[in-house]
Design a protein around this ligand. Structure first.
Ligand SMILES: [Zn+2]
Length: 193
């Protein structure tokens, strides 16, 4: 097994995908997808994205502390408080590492002003100005980002491909403690793909 497939196998096993049988393992290594919890949230509008060139990483960043938040909670907040079609992010990574589907994968998001038509938004639960993302969250974030790079044929080392929200808008998001890990994520995705 080459280095790339070894890395994939280790990551997918850590993500809970069973790779015991040789045939199943070969299949998953070719067509792999990280485990994503689908929530069937209702949206008031749907517009499809013309292209996908950027992956934008966020934190939830609630000012009252570093806490877990679900895609459902954020969905409710974005609808009721912001008056949006629904949750602005495409994915939410919970404190236990679970990846939840937010906005539909191909929909235009609402997460990075003036950059939504060509980007996917990932929100990592917590406030990383005051805390650090935990290992389970980082593992899921790497796996999800690597998969998105593969799916949309993006070069993870390309300039402006994997970015923090603060690279695009005037915000502290995704917090210093997550922002400084973006290079780790880029290198990891390069090796994985
Ligand atoms: Zn953000």
């Amino acid at each position: 097994m080459d280095r790339r497939n070894f890395l994939r196998m280790m990551a997918l096993t850590a993500a809970g995908l069973f790779l015991g049988e040789e045939k199943a393992a070969a299949y998953i290594l070719e067509t792999w997808e990280p485990p994503i919890r689908k929530l069937f949230l209702r949206f008031t509008e749907y517009e499809e994205r013309p292209s996908t060139e950027v992956i934008v990483i966020h934190h939830a960043g609630f000012p009252d502390g570093d806490k877990d938040s679900s895609a459902e909670e954020i969905h409710k907040f974005h609808q009721e408080v912001n008056g949006w079609a629904g949750i602005g992010y495409h994915y939410v990574i919970r404190k236990d590492g679970t990846i939840e589907q937010g906005r539909k994968p191909l929909a235009v998001g609402a997460h990075a002003y003036q950059h939504n038509k060509n980007s996917v938004g990932i929100c990592v639960a917590g406030n990383f100005e005051i805390a650090k993302p935990n290992h389970k969250q980082m593992d899921s974030l790497k796996l999800l980002t690597a998969w998105l790079c593969q799916r949309y044929k993006l070069n993870p080392m390309g300039k402006g491909v994997i970015v923090g929200h603060r690279d695009l808008n005037d915000t502290a998001c995704p917090g210093n403690n997550l922002y400084k890990k973006l290079d780790d994520i880029r290198y990891w995705c390069r090796d994985f793909n």
